[in-house]
Design a protein around this ligand. Sequence first.
Ligand code: MN
Length: 249
Amino acid sequence: MEKRAVIGISTGLITDDGGMFPGYRRIYVNEDYINAVLAAGGVPVMIPMNGDREALAAVVDKLDALLITGGDDIDPIRYGEEPHRGLGKIVPERDFCDFTLYELARERHLPILGVCRGFQLINIAEGGSLYQDLGERSGEVLKHSQGHSPRLATHTVNIRPDSKIASILGVTEHRVNSFHHQTVKKVGTPFTEVATAPDGVTEAVELPGDDFLIAVQWHPEMLESVDPVMRKLWSAFIAAGLRYRAAKN
Ligand SMILES: [Mn+2]
């Protein structure tokens, strides 16, 4: 029997600007996600973005955990809003795939980790909403779109001491990277907000109870190689995958 947890990784779409095939479509994932899963002992499996729900269900059935990755903005119609001026690029096909993967994994109580867009998507799937651009949020807003140096942590997050993520990371305050121009407006109903930036922006949520369902607005995969604290999040996620596999068999 396979001794390592198999971690499904959601993917995105790149359309070639130039080169040999302008307009050609490619499915991709950032290499850091693969490396972070491998470093924590997991087996990474890319799930190619597609619109075949039955095929996606067949893949999810073979997984021990699901990682929902970062990427473009989510179509605001998903939370009942028209597009505002600050909205970035949207890819409805990817939205379909990612929401479907989330739903399938949630039904099966798979461990789920959401990163950046994945964090936002999970919130929306559970009835939450977004500020389509941080400029729509009133009051002081920190720089959340740092725009450079993926491995550089630039702002602080305060973590609820009684949260699962605090016990995983072993800290209640930490510095993280930040590559988002949107942010959570309403937290999804079943979730607890477990980390915030000093300006009040939601930076992590988790599901109370036994399931491993944690989502973060920052990019822990980019910090994995430089930050031992972030490494603990990956270890805990892979460990949850192994527990899921053991319970299933
Ligand atoms: Mn941030």
